[in-house]
Write a protein that binds this ligand. Structure first.
Ligand code: IMP
Ligand code: MG
Length: 188
């Protein structure tokens, strides 16, 4: 187990990191290689789900050795709490149509599954040729709706995690590693 770095940005986290930047980088490289094999000859459009997936997204697309395009979508289901509200809203839609495209949705974490099952149905209805999901993290214990994940970085326990794009109340996204938030931070 690796202890968190000294530093103001890591205040509020448990002392042991869940995933180090080295572990994340190695896994992202593997996922990129797998996606490269699977999408050879296809018309790949990557869709980054803002804001949590941004850090994973910029690393993952650079590990994909294929021509691709990227688009961005912003979805809200959380507010500032640590539990899903169940209400999914599109805050920013895609710039370009995805009909006929092979769409890969890139997300930070699957929790209840509600955000991605909404998104999957939504993009399917726009006529994407194919639709797959890549997530850095998966918390299967918390699933409330069934959801198939095509590419998953790490399966993690039911803890609230931050860093590498993931936030609590918009904080911690800039941490290079992923750690567990101390419960007293969000139960206050
Ligand atoms: P779902 O709709 O419940 O699957 O929620 C997924 C969204 O909830 C993710 O895109 C995250 O923004 C947020 N989320 C869920 N679990 C965590 C966590 O442990 N840390 C930070 N954000 C989380
Ligand atoms: Mg979030």
């Amino acid at each position: 187990m690796t202890m968190k770095p000294q530093g103001t940005a890591y205040e509020g986290l448990k002392d042991e990191l869940l995933l180090t930047r080295e572990e994340i980088a190695a896994r992202v490289a593997e996922l990129g290689a797998q996606i490269t094999r699977d999408y050879k000859g296809k018309d790949l459009t990557t869709v980054c789900i803002l804001k949590g997936a941004v850090v994973f997204f910029v690393d993952l697309i650079r590990a994909i050795d294929l021509p691709l395009s990227m688009d961005f979508m912003s979805i809200s289901s959380y507010g500032n709490a640590t539990k899903s509200s169940g209400v999914v809203r599109i805050l920013k839609d895609l710039d370009k149509p995805v009909n006929g495209k092979d769409v890969l949705i890139i997300e930070d974490i699957v929790d209840s599954g509600m955000t991605l099952s909404f998104l999957r149905d939504n993009l399917k209805s726009r006529g994407a040729a194919s639709l797959k999901i890549a997530t850095l993290l998966d918390k299967p214990d918390r699933r409330r709706v069934p959801l198939h994940v095509d590419y998953c970085g790490f399966v993690i326990p039911d803890e609230f995690v931050v860093g590498y794009g993931l936030d609590y109340a918009e904080q911690y996204r800039n941490l290079p590693d992923i750690g567990i938030l101390r419960p007293e931070i969000y139960s206050k």
